[in-house]
Write a new protein. Structure first.
Length: 106
């Protein structure tokens, strides 16, 4: 079960009703891909962890009354805890795209 609300039309339109062969292999293995030049907005429904599997991602969390917004770049193996209700904007850092997972926080 996904713990994010995706506000990017291309990812939000991905559904289990689609033919499995049309879904990228990384998605079928529990990871998502973000293409070069693509940006997406994710909002956590519950506390979550974004983990970078391949490539690098540029992330801008929304500012809150308790914390200013600060751009982050995550490399493979790095992760970001995302609080329930928090929104992030994510983009592939370079021209190769990236693969990431979005999991419930432990």
């Amino acid at each position: 079960m996904s713990t994010a609300v995706c506000t990017n039309e291309s990812l939000a339109s991905l559904s289990s009703a689609r033919n499995a062969s049309a879904v990228p292999p990384a998605v079928r293995r529990g990871a998502w891909q973000i293409a070069p030049g693509e940006a997406m907005s994710l909002k956590a429904r519950s506390a979550s962890v974004l983990r970078v599997k391949q490539g690098r991602v540029w992330i801008t969390p929304d500012a809150t009354s308790a914390m200013a917004s600060e751009d982050l770049v995550l490399a493979p193996g790095e992760s970001l805890n995302v609080a329930a209700g928090q929104r992030i904007v994510m983009e592939a850092w370079d021209g190769y795209g990236a693969t990431y997972s979005w999991d419930p926080a432990a």
